[in-house]
Design a protein around this ligand. Structure first.
Ligand SMILES: Nc1ncnc2c1ncn2[C@@H]1O[C@H](COP(=O)(O)OP(=O)(O)OP(=O)(O)O)[C@@H](O)[C@H]1O
Ligand SMILES: [Mg+2]
Length: 305
């Protein structure tokens, strides 16, 4: 058994963007799928809860969960092209989701779809909605997938790497659209990304994942100014800086632990330059407060003056 997640504790508040960051394999996508109850078999959530508006999503019937997923939660996945149905035109699939989840007529649905296309920067919607997925580029697929996710005016959008496979112009467009969703509809967004620049631009708070656990969480400004977990600190050391281009990049040595064989100790211990005797002899550290609105799961957090 692989324990892909072990100790994920995070909150997305109303109207806020929470950035979820961490290296490849940390468990970001598994977190998103668990929240949405879309984990593919034989994956399952064996403990814990997922609370939306005070209600545990894990206890809902499949039928009720489908309604919540359509009406209140929306998701955009890493690979937008794979999320589109190859045998339906873009218009057909956009209309379909509007018809299933809201009381709209087919004619209205088409009008809404066209409006959304314009909003998301797809020119000539009439033409585009008649195309099949194989006829469009990856960037366009990403725009269509986002338009579909926004069509139902979700209360919470989970966006899994929505900008990782697109050029910078489209990245700026997508981030702009996410900001508008947040501000105009007071929606919440769980934004999963590798990109610290993206986080700095749109997230009010950040959660950092390592080996299936949240190791640091807090206000974006506090985390960027005073990263406390040595893993987060290491992530920043490995990033190029425009304000100080002469500083050599320091890659983090080592690899993440084997999830089939997770140690009882801190998962970052073998890679940590700051490890103490306490770290080597104590159980996995819990999240502890390092300053107001900022927590780290570490016995020896990085100190900042
Ligand atoms: N069905 C499965 N069976 C076994 N291991 C799995 C399964 N699904 C996910 N994993 C493992 O769980 C871990 C977390 O995977 P996940 O896809 O959530 O990572 P991620 O943080 O989204 O990475 P990336 O940034 O590359 O998208 C990985 O080590 C992955 O190999
Ligand atoms: Mg992923």
């Amino acid at each position: 058994m692989v324990k892909a997640l072990n100790g994920v504790n995070l909150t997305v508040r109303r109207g806020e963007v929470l950035g979820l960051v961490g290296e490849s394999g940390a468990g970001k996508t598994v977190t998103a799928l668990s929240v949405l109850r879309l984990l593919p078999y034989p994956g399952k959530v064996v403990a814990g809860g997922v609370f939306y508006d005070g209600q545990d999503l894990l206890s809902l019937s499949e039928e009720r969960m489908r309604q919540v997923r359509g009406r209140e939660l929306a998701v955009v996945f890493q690979d937008a092209m794979a999320a589109l149905t190859p045998t339906l035109t873009l218009g057909e699939q956009m209309e379909e989701s509007l018809l299933v989840h809201s009381s709209t007529s087919r004619k209205q649905a088409r009008a809404v779809a066209e409006e959304l296309c314009r909003e998301i920067g797809l020119p000539d919607p009439h033409n585009i909605l008649g195309l099949y997925p194989f006829q469009i580029s990856g960037g366009m697929a990403q725009r269509v997938a986002l338009a579909m996710a926004l069509a139902l005016r979700p209360r919470l959008l989970i966006a899994d790497e929505p900008t990782s496979n697109v050029d910078v112009t489209l990245q700026a467009d997508i981030l702009d659209r996410l900001r508008r969703l947040q501000h105009q509809q007071d929606a919440s967004i769980l934004l999963i990304t590798h990109n610290m620049g993206v986080v700095a631009q749109v997230a009010q708070r950040v959660a950092v994942m390592y080996a299936g656990a949240i190791v640091e969480q807090g206000d974006t400004v506090s985390i960027f100014r005073r990263p406390s977990h040595p893993y987060t600190w290491g992530l920043f050391q490995a990033l190029p800086r425009l304000d100080n281009p002469d500083v050599a990049l320091r890659p983090m040595p080592g690899v993440p632990p084997d999830l089939m064989n997770l140690p009882d100790r801190c998962p970052f211990l073998p890679r940590c330059a700051k490890a103490t005797t306490t770290c080597r002899t104590s159980p996995k550290p819990p999240l502890g407060q390092v300053e107001a609105g900022h927590w780290a799961a570490c016995y020896n957090p990085v100190q900042h003056d």
